[in-house]
Design a protein around this ligand. Sequence first.
Ligand SMILES: Cc1ncc(COP(=O)(O)O)c(C=O)c1O
Length: 431
Amino acid sequence: MARVTTRHAGTESELAELRSKYVPRGITSSHPIAADRARGSELWDTTGKRYIDFAGGIGVMNVGHAHPRVMRAVRDQLEKATHTSFQVVQYESYLRLAQRLCDAAPIAGDKKAIFFSTGAEAIENAVKIARAATGREAVISFRGAFHGRTLLALSLTGSVQPYKQNFGPYAAEVYQTPFPYSYRGWNTEAALADLGNLLESEVGPKRVAAIVIEPVLGEGGFVPAPFDFMQKLRELCDRYGILLIADEIQTGFGRTGKLFAVEHSRVEPDLMTVAKSLAAGFPLSAVIGKAAVMDAPDPGGLGGTYGGNPVACAAGLAVMDVMRDEKLPERAARIGSVVEERMRTWAAETELVGEVRGLGAMMGMELVRDRKTKEPADSETAKILAAARDKGLIILRCGVHHNVIRTLMPLTIPDEQLEEGLDILGAALGA
Ligand SMILES: Cc1ncc(COP(=O)(O)O)c(C=O)c1O
C-alpha cells in the first residue's frame, strides 16, 4: 500500500514538546505514541512501528479503519457538499439514515431519529426529549455509568476519577443507584432493592422522567446488566410511566453479537442513544425512539449546527450496509468466544484475573491483587497495557478502579490478527 506522507512530519520528541506546550494536561492519551495511519485492524505510528488495534478509537471502528465502502461513500459525499446544516437545508442521507436506524431499532411501532455529533450530545438530547414527553424533571442513572463529559451527561456519569473531579456543581434532579455488578456485590435483587429505596426515600417515581442505562456498563468496567434486571427495570418503568433510555453508544453496532445490546434481553427501550461505531470515526450520534415521545419537543427545540453532517451520514449509511453484508454482529459473537476462551485460560493460570465477563466481542477481564479481597490491580493493569503496546498491541482499560482490560477490536479483524493480538496480551499478562 502506498504510504501517505504528512506535510508536517515531526519527530517523536517534537510532537511531545508541542503537546506539553500547547495542549492542556486535562486531555490524556492512553498510549504515548503518535498515529500515522490505520487500515483494518492495524495501526502504524510515526516511527513506522505496526500495532494490532484492540481499541478501535474507543469502540468506534467496528467496521475497521478505512473500510473501502465507507471511504467511497465519504469521497462521493465530499464531492457534493460537506455541510449545509440540516437546520438550513435538508439532505437525503440524513433522512435515509434516520429511516435505516428506525427500522433497525428494537422498538415496536412508529419511530423517529434525530442526529447530533457526539455521544454526550445524544444523551443530553435524550433527557431533554424525555422531560418534554413526560413533563417530569428527575432522571436516574447508575453508579459507574459513563454518559459523556458535557455538564448534564457528566451529572449522569457515576464515576469521579478522572471524570467528575473539580467540575461541579452538577445538574439538578439527577439521582444515582447501584448498577447490577455482581462481582462487586450487587446482584439483580440487591440493585433493584436499592432502586426501590431511592424511589421511596429520595425521589417519588411520579417525578421521574427517565432511567438511563448502558445495557453493558462500558467505561465502568464492561459489566453486562443481567437480562432479568433489564426486564424488571422495564416493568418498573411501565408501572410508573417512566421512560427507559438505553445508552447504546459503546454497546451498539454489532459489538455484543446483536446490532444493539438490548436485543439480548428482549427489552424495548423508549429511547436509545447511539454514536461511536455508527459512522466509523466521523462524528455522528443519534437519538432514536418512539415517534410520540420523539415528537414531544416543540419545533426548533432540538438541533445543532453540525448535527447529522452529510459526510458523517454518508459514512453511517455505508456502515449500515457493511454491518448487514459482512454479518458483523455474528462475527462479534465468534470473536467474543475466541477472546473469552483465552481470558478463561489466563484466569486459570494467574490469580491476577479476578473475573472474565462480557457480551459478544465486548469482553473484559477484571484484575485484582487478591481474589478474596478483590483489591483492584490498577498499577499492574497499567503495566500490562504498556508491555502489550511495546510488543505491538494497542488495548485499553476501563472500570471505576481502572483495573479492567477490555477488547474493542474492529469486528472485521482477520483471525490471524485476532490470535496475534491475544498472543501479545497473554505474553504481557505473563510478564
Ligand atoms: C456509554 C457511553 N455513553 C456516552 C459516551 C460519550 O460519548 P462522546 O465521548 O462521544 O461524547 C460514551 C463514550 O465513551 C459512552 O461509552
